[in-house]
Design a protein around this ligand. Structure first.
Ligand SMILES: Cc1cc2nc3c(=O)[nH]c(=O)nc-3n(C[C@H](O)[C@H](O)[C@H](O)COP(=O)(O)OP(=O)(O)OC[C@H]3O[C@@H](n4cnc5c(N)ncnc54)[C@H](O)[C@@H]3O)c2cc1C
Length: 431
C-alpha cells in the first residue's frame, strides 16, 4: 500500500456516524494528520447507536460466525420457540430471504467457518489492549477491564455440542481454562447451580459502560481537533472518480475523503459510492436492572442455554442478546427483552422476579447489529472512488473490532491500494 491518490490537494475527512467504529476511525485519522469532521445526528454513544446498548464484550475469541454447519436444521425449531434466541417477522421475509440464505451458506462447512474465524481474529486478537489504550487516551481508563470472560454450560454434553466452535477458536490461537462445578460455584457464588461447567477465556476483556465509552472517544476526538457536526449524511458528491463533498441535512461539506461508518444505516451511502452491499439488521435487545442490584456475575458471562450475555456494568446489570430479523423500521417487540429478563433471573435466582418496583429500575433497549451475510465487516475502498472508505457491518463484534478497524481505516485513507491482510473485508467481494 504505497501509492497516494493522485492529485490530492487536501486532508479533510468526513467520518459519517459517531458509533464505536466512527469514533475510533476519527481518532486514528487525527493521529495521521487528517482534519476531521465527525458527522452524527444524535449524541455520540447515545441510544440510537448500537454501540450504546451492546453487551460490552471485548472478546478477542468471538471469531465464530453466527451460522454454523447444520444451523439450517435448528432454525425452524428456534423460530417456532417463542422463548428462543431467534425471531423473524414474516412480513420482512421476502426482503431478508436472499441475505438469510447467504448467511446460512457462509457457515455451511467447517472450512468456511475457519476462514471467517481467521479473518475475524486478525481484527479482534488484541482488541482488549487496543481499547485499554484508547480509553486511557480518552481519560476513561476505568471503563475497560482486561481480566477474562466466561462461558457457562449446564453439562459437558452442552459444551461438547459447541465443540466445532471451540475447535475452530483453538486453531486461531485462543486458549481457555475449564472451571468445574466447584470452581464455578466459588468464582460465581450467585450463579444458579444448574451451571456446572465454566470456560474462562483469560485473554478477553470488557467495557463497563459502552455508551459512556463511545461518548468519551467522541469528546477525545474533539479535544484533539475534530469538529462535530450534528447532521445526517444524505449523499455523496462524486465527480470524475473523486469525492467533492458529503451531502448532509446541514448542507454540503466539502472534503477530500469520507468514511462510511453509519452502522446498520450504511447501505444507501455505500450504494451512492458504487458499492452495493447486502447489509441487514440483526436486531438485538437488552434489559437493564438499574439501582442497587444485590447479585450478579463477577465476570461477564455468556449462558449457552439462553444465548445471552450477562454483565454487571457501571449503570447496572445488563442482559443482552436475541437475534430478530425484522429490518430497521419495524416496532420493537419488547417480549424479546422480557425473555432476556426471565432468563437473567433464572440465572441469578436471588434477584427475585427482577421486575420494576423496590430499588430496581428495569430498562429495555433495541439495537441494530449491522450484519453482512458472511459474518465479516466491509473495510475497504468504495468502488466509485478510493476517497471513500467503507467501515461497517461488524455484526456481533463491532465494539471489540472498532479499535483495529479505526487503525485500518486510517491506513486506507489517502491511498488507492489496500494491504493484502484486508482482502477478506474487501467490499468488492459482494460483486
Ligand atoms: C444486543 C447486542 C449485543 C451486542 N454485544 C456486543 C458485544 O458484547 N461486543 C461487541 O463487540 N459487539 C457487540 N454487539 C455489536 C456492536 O454493538 C455493533 O457491531 C457495533 O456497535 C457497531 O458499531 P458502529 O459504530 O458500526 O454502529 P453504531 O454504533 O450503530 O453507530 C452508527 C452511528 O451512525 C449514525 N448514523 C446513522 N446514519 C447516519 C447518517 N446518514 N449520517 C450520519 N450519521 C449516521 C447513528 O446515529 C449512529 O450513532 C452487540 C449488539 C447488540 C444489538
Amino acid at each position: 500500500m504505497q501509492s497516494t491518490i493522485e492529485g490530492r490537494t487536501g486532508h479533510h475527512v468526513v467520518v459519517i456516524g459517531a458509533g464505536a467504529v466512527g469514533c475510533a476511525s476519527a481518532i486514528e485519522a487525527l493521529r495521521r494528520g487528517w482534519r476531521v469532521t465527525l458527522l452524527e445526528p444524535g449524541e455520540p454513544g447515545g441510544e440510537q447507536a448500537t454501540s450504546y446498548g451492546n453487551a460490552g464484550w471485548l472478546s478477542s475469541h468471538s471469531v465464530i460466525p453466527p451460522a454454523l454447519p447444520g444451523a439450517w436444521r435448528k432454525v425452524p425449531a428456534w423460530l417456532l420457540d417463542p422463548l428462543g434466541p431467534l425471531a423473524l417477522r414474516w412480513r420482512h421475509l421476502p426482503r431478508a430471504l436472499p441475505w438469510l440464505l447467504r448467511y446460512l451458506a457462509s457457515g455451511w462447512t467447517e472450512e468456511r467457518v475457519q476462514r471467517t474465524a481467521d479473518a475475524l481474529r486478525l481484527m479482534l486478537a488484541d482488541s482488549p489492549v487496543l481499547h485499554a489504550r484508547l480509553a486511557a487516551d480518552a481519560g476513561v481508563p476505568g471503563l475497560i477491564e482486561h481480566r477474562g470472560l466466561l462461558h457457562v454450560y449446564r453439562s459437558r454434553a452442552e459444551f461438547e455440542s459447541e465443540s466445532l466452535a471451540w475447535r475452530v477458536r483453538a486453531r486461531t490461537g485462543v486458549q481457555w481454562t475449564e472451571w468445574d462445578a466447584a470452581r464455578l460455584a466459588a468464582e460465581e457464588p450467585d450463579l444458579d447451580r444448574r451451571y456446572t461447567l465454566g470456560i474462562h477465556v483469560a485473554e478477553a476483556g470488557h467495557c463497563r459502560h459502552p455508551g459512556a465509552y463511545v461518548a468519551a472517544l467522541a469528546r477525545h476526538a474533539q479535544a484533539t481537533g475534530a469538529r462535530l457536526v450534528k447532521a445526517l449524511a444524505t449523499g455523496l458528491q462524486i465527480e470524475g472518480g473523486r469525492l467533492r463533498a458529503v451531502r448532509t441535512t446541514a448542507g454540503d461539506i466539502a472534503c477530500d475523503a469520507a468514511v462510511i461508518s453509519a452502522g446498520a444505516r450504511s447501505a444507501a451511502l455505500a450504494r451512492a459510492a458504487g458499492s452495493p452491499v447486502p447489509l441487514e439488521s440483526e436486531r438485538g435487545y437488552h434489559v437493564m436492572l438499574e439501582g442497587a442490584v444485590p447479585v450478579g456475575p463477577r465476570t461477564p458471562m455468556m449462558a449457552a442455554d439462553g444465548k445471552l450475555i450477562v454483565h454487571a456494568m457501571v449503570p447496572g446489570l445488563r442482559a443482552a442478546g436475541q437475534v430478530e430479523i425484522a429490518g430497521l423500521v419495524a416496532e420493537p417487540d419488547w417480549r424479546r427483552a422480557e425473555i432476556l429478563r426471565r432468563h437473567l433471573v433464572s440465572m441469578f435466582p436471588a434477584l427475585g422476579d427482577g421486575a420494576a418496583g423496590e430499588a430496581l429500575v428495569v430498562r429495555h433497549w433495541l439495537g441494530h447489529r449491522p450484519s453482512l451475510p458472511d459474518g465479516l465487516p466491509c473495510i475497504g475502498h468504495a468502488r466509485a472512488t478510493p476517497d471513500v472508505v467503507l467501515a461497517f457491518g461488524h455484526g456481533h463484534v463491532g465494539l471489540g473490532g472498532s479499535a483495529r478497524t479505526g487503525q485500518w481505516v486510517a491506513e486506507l485513507l489517502g491511498r488507492a491500494e489496500r494491504p493484502a491482510a484486508l482482502a477478506p473485508f474487501d467490499p468488492a467481494r459482494f460483486g
